[in-house]
Design a protein around this ligand. Structure first.
Ligand SMILES: Nc1ncnc2c1ncn2[C@@H]1O[C@H](COP(=O)(O)OP(=O)(O)OP(=O)(O)O)[C@@H](O)[C@H]1O
Ligand SMILES: [Mg+2]
Length: 333
């Protein structure tokens, strides 16, 4: 099969903010996906979304399947750009479609759908101007997040706030720096979990990954902040979260967490693959923070491959499983 990998390469540009390229993929990830596809016998090309002739390439070349990990270029619908172009050209691609990608990138809108489906998600309020009245439904501590970012961009330990004054200061900073609404949520203090779903005709939930930050006290970081994601593994900085996969959960809670992840995947209309971020509160209720239809696929660093390895899959098999799921779906439609 001729497969084209679409991606955004992570670059270094000292003139850009430190988190500017955080959502993009490293050269190692791109090389690893290409190598896995080749090993499985496919003819593979890899194209950066920045390539100026992207549209002409797809218009003029026969492509059987696009393996899409592209974050896109601009704005809050960026992850839908490549899929929209491929839909227009009737070229099949792996993973979720335009609508689900755009929806999942908008945390507040996603949470409205989760609420409608009775899926627990932290109480929240969206601040557009920063002068709104704080909703009585929220309880300190709260966390402030840009509404339409990923890779924990704009989420640092100072984003967890304990009083109104620091809340509004953070909300205004978030609106100003990220030029978008600030989402404010109850901060859920319990275990951090992430749940990988990989479709293979039916929905398959991978072993749940628990990320324990209790070893990271030296760093001052205590949740999956931008700094933690960026520097995880750096022992000098004290950024050494412990991973437990499967998570240390009793059977009943494990089943509840998996059920919530499946229902989230379905509610958002994800296809082939997704990773749902969850926190347990003190009553072990699984609160969905968000769903990632394009989870990171770095073979060493990303959460999703860790879950696949725990399920006994090698990296190449994970990549092929995504491709097979998309191919089967395309064949049946
Ligand atoms: N309501 C919350 N309660 C507790 N912790 C939270 C909450 N919201 C976010 N966090 C912490 O911040 C991290 C990043 O938040 P979130 O997953 O919403 O952002 P993201 O930028 O979309 O992340 P990703 O890197 O997965 O794309 C979470 O993994 C968690 O550690
Ligand atoms: Mg997340």
């Amino acid at each position: 099969m001729k497969v084209v990998l679409t991606y955004n390469l992570k670059k270094k540009d000292p003139l850009k903010p430190a988190d500017y390229f955080s959502e993009c993929d490293s050269q190692e990830t791109i090389n690893s996906v290409v190598a896995a596809l080749k090993k499985k016998g496919h003819f593979v090309e890899a194209i950066d979304v920045e390539y100026p002739e992207l549209f002409s390439y797809f218009k003029n070349n026969r492509v059987d399947m696009v393996f899409n990990i592209a974050e896109g270029k601009h704005g809050r619908f960026r992850e839908s750009e490549v899929p929209a172009m491929l839909d227009y050209l009737k070229i099949p691609y792996t993973g979720s479609k335009t609508f689900s990608l755009a929806l999942a990138l908008n945390k507040a809108l996603t949470k409205k759908i989760l609420k409608a489906e009775n899926i627990p998600t932290p109480n929240c309020q969206l601040f557009v101007k920063g002068s709104e009245i704080l909703s009585p439904n929220l309880t300190f501590p709260l966390i402030v997040k840009p509404n339409c970012e990923g890779s924990a961009k704009g989420i640092n330990k100072t984003n967890v706030v304990y009083d109104k004054e620091s809340l509004f200061e953070k909300v205004r900073e978030c609106i100003h720096v990220y030029r978008q609404e600030a989402l404010v949520e109850d901060f859920i203090e319990g275990k951090e979990l992430t749940v990988g779903i990989l479709e293979n005709g039916s929905i398959r939930v991978l072993p749940i990954l628990e990320i324990d930050f209790s070893n990271c006290k030296k760093s001052g970081e205590y949740f999956y902040s931008w700094k933690m994601k960026e520097f995880q593994g750096n022992a000098e900085m004290g950024m050494v979260p412990e991973f437990f996969c499967p998570a240390r959960l009793d059977k009943e809670i494990e089943a509840r967490v998996k059920d919530v992840a499946i229902r989230t995947h379905r509610a958002v209309g994800c296809l082939d693959i997704s990773r749902t971020d969850i926190r347990l509160d003190k009553n072990n209720t699984p609160y969905v923070l968000e769903i990632n239809p394009l989870p990171g696929l770095d073979p060493k660093e990303s959460n999703f491959p860790i879950m696949a390895y725990a399920a006994g899959m090698a990296y190449d098999d994970l990549i092929e499983a995504i491709l097979i799921s998309a191919s089967e779906r395309t064949r049946l439609n």
